[in-house]
Design a binder for this molecule. Structure first.
Ligand SMILES: [Zn+2]
Ligand SMILES: [Zn+2]
Length: 192
């Protein structure tokens, strides 16, 4: 196959994904005869637009669900609004939704061994993040009208710190955020 333009590769990858569901990055790289790095670069916008998900070693097309707004939070059963919601992709390829980082962290703690991937959104930029590398701001002086304590997610430590300077709160990494949310929930059972 002669070298395709990035836009053509993207189209080709999407059409394979529609037929096959998920494909390994290595397999795509072999079929298109370009490096895996190139494939990741091609896929970055698709991942950011949430058209595809990264799974271990490959990518999966998002399940056909164009009208997203009515997901129910797996943890508290509230309707989850997409802006703050956390998505957990399980090893069985199920996608779970949590209404906000608060529930996302609690749910992750409960099913940790079945989680393939956990995804959140950057509070400021709305970009999609791997929740395990995100920063968590507990109890800022700003409410998102979801679960208490409010937990916001940030992709960049610098942004999170700037936000913390303005709005206060307690800034934590993913593992620390899980410990913290469990601690808070033990003290206070009336979160929702
Ligand atoms: Zn919830
Ligand atoms: Zn919530």
């Amino acid at each position: 196959m002669s070298q395709l333009l990035p836009i053509e590769r993207k189209k080709q990858i999407l059409s394979w994904l529609r037929k096959e569901g998920s494909i390994k990055i290595g397999e795509i790289s072999k079929r298109l005869q370009v490096s895996e790095m190139t494939i990741y670069r091609d896929l970055k916008p698709l991942i950011e637009q949430e058209e595809v998900y990264r799974t271990s070693g490959g990518i999966t097309l998002r399940k056909e669900a164009p009208s997203l707004p009515n997901h129910t939070c797996t943890y508290c059963h509230k309707i989850s609004l997409t802006k703050f919601s956390i998505q957990i992709l399980t090893l069985d390829q199920e996608v779970e939704h949590a209404c906000c980082a608060h529930c996302g962290l609690l749910r992750f703690h409960d099913i940790e061994n079945d989680v393939a991937q956990i995804i959140c959104k950057d509070f400021l930029h709305d970009t999609t993040l791997n929740a395990k590398t995100a920063y968590y701001l507990f109890n800022p002086d700003l409410s998102i009208n979801c679960c208490m304590p409010t937990v916001l997610t940030f992709g960049s430590l610098k942004n999170a710190q700037q936000f913390q300077t303005g709005f206060g709160g307690n800034l934590l990494s993913f593992p620390d955020a899980i410990v913290e949310i469990k601690k808070v929930m033990k003290l206070n059972n009336s979160c929702h």
